[in-house]
Design a protein around this ligand. Sequence first.
Ligand SMILES: NC(=O)c1ccc[n+]([C@@H]2O[C@H](COP(=O)([O-])OP(=O)(O)OC[C@H]3O[C@@H](n4cnc5c(N)ncnc54)[C@H](OP(=O)(O)O)[C@@H]3O)[C@@H](O)[C@H]2O)c1
Length: 280
Amino acid sequence: MFVIKLLGTTLGTASGILALLVVVIAVVLTYFDDDVDPVKYTSMAEDWKTLEENFRQQNRSCFILGASGETGRLLLQELLERNVFSKITLIGRRQLTFEDQAYENLVQEVVDFEKLDDYAAAFQGHDVGYCCLGTTRAKAGADGFIRVDHDYVLKSAELAKAGGCMQFHLESSRGADKNSNFLYLKVKGQVEAAIEALGFARFSAYRPGFLLVDRQESRPGEWFARKFFGAVSAMVSTSMSIPIQMVAKAMVSNTLLQPEQKTEILESKAITSLAKSTGK
Ligand SMILES: NC(=O)c1ccc[n+]([C@@H]2O[C@H](COP(=O)([O-])OP(=O)(O)OC[C@H]3O[C@@H](n4cnc5c(N)ncnc54)[C@H](OP(=O)(O)O)[C@@H]3O)[C@@H](O)[C@H]2O)c1
C-alpha cells in the first residue's frame, strides 16, 4: 500500500515537473522564434471559393511525387476534395491502391527513380508539380538520403520543366540552408537552390517545422518529438512544429494565388496562416 502511494506521489511529481519543463521550453521557443507571422493571408476565407472556381475553369493538370507518404497522401486528398485540377497524376516507385471512388480517375506512373531519364514521358504535359518525396538518414544512410531528397527531387524537377511544367511546389524543411553544417538542412537548401535555378515560371518552397502526424511507419525517435511538440503547440504557436494537414492545405491554397515573385519561400508560420485562412 505504502509503495503504491509512494509511486503515485513520485509519478505525480514527475509529471508536474515535466509539464513545467514543457511550459518553460514553450516560453523560450516563443521568445527566440524569429519566423514572422504574415498578415496577408488573414480575412481571405470568403475568397477561396472564387479562386477555386477560377482555377478549375483553366483545366489544369498536376502531378504528385510522394503521394504514398504522410504529406503527399493528405495533399492528394485535399486536391480531390477541392477539385481544382482536371487531371492528377501520381508519380512513384509503386502502384497505389485506393478504395474510395473519389480516387478512380487518378493516373499513376510507376517509375524507377534510378533511371528517371527513361521515364521522361511521365513528366510531360503537367502544369503544376508537387513534391513531397523524402527519406531519412536513419532509413537510407547519408548517401541514400542525398540520393532521394536531392538527386531524385532535382531530376524530377528537371524532367518536369523540360516537359512544360510551369509551377513546382516543393515540401522542403524549416531551416533549409545550403550552407548549413547539418546534412539534412544543407541538402534541403541545396535542392531548393538547384530547383530555383531551373527557372520555373513559379517555384514555391514550403518550409514546415516538425510535422505533427500519427505516422503509419514506426519512427521511435519522432514519437518523442511528436509528443513534445504536440504539448508545446497546445500552449503556444511556434514555427517549430505544424500539423501536417496544414501543410497539405497550404500547398493547395497557395497554388490558387498569384505570387508576388517567381520564387517564394513559405516558412512555417506562413504555411499555418495560409492554411487557417482557407477556413475549412
Ligand atoms: N518529418 C518531419 O517532421 C518533416 C519536417 C519538415 C519537412 N519534412 C520533409 O517533408 C517531406 C515529406 O515528408 P513526409 O513525412 O510526408 O514523407 P514520408 O511520409 O516519409 O513519405 C515519403 C515519400 O517519399 C517516397 N520515397 C521515400 N524513399 C524513396 C525512394 N528511395 N524512392 C522513391 N520514393 C521514395 C515514399 O514512397 P514509398 O511510400 O514508396 O516509400 C513516400 O511517398 C520530406 O522531404 C521531409 O524531409 C519532414
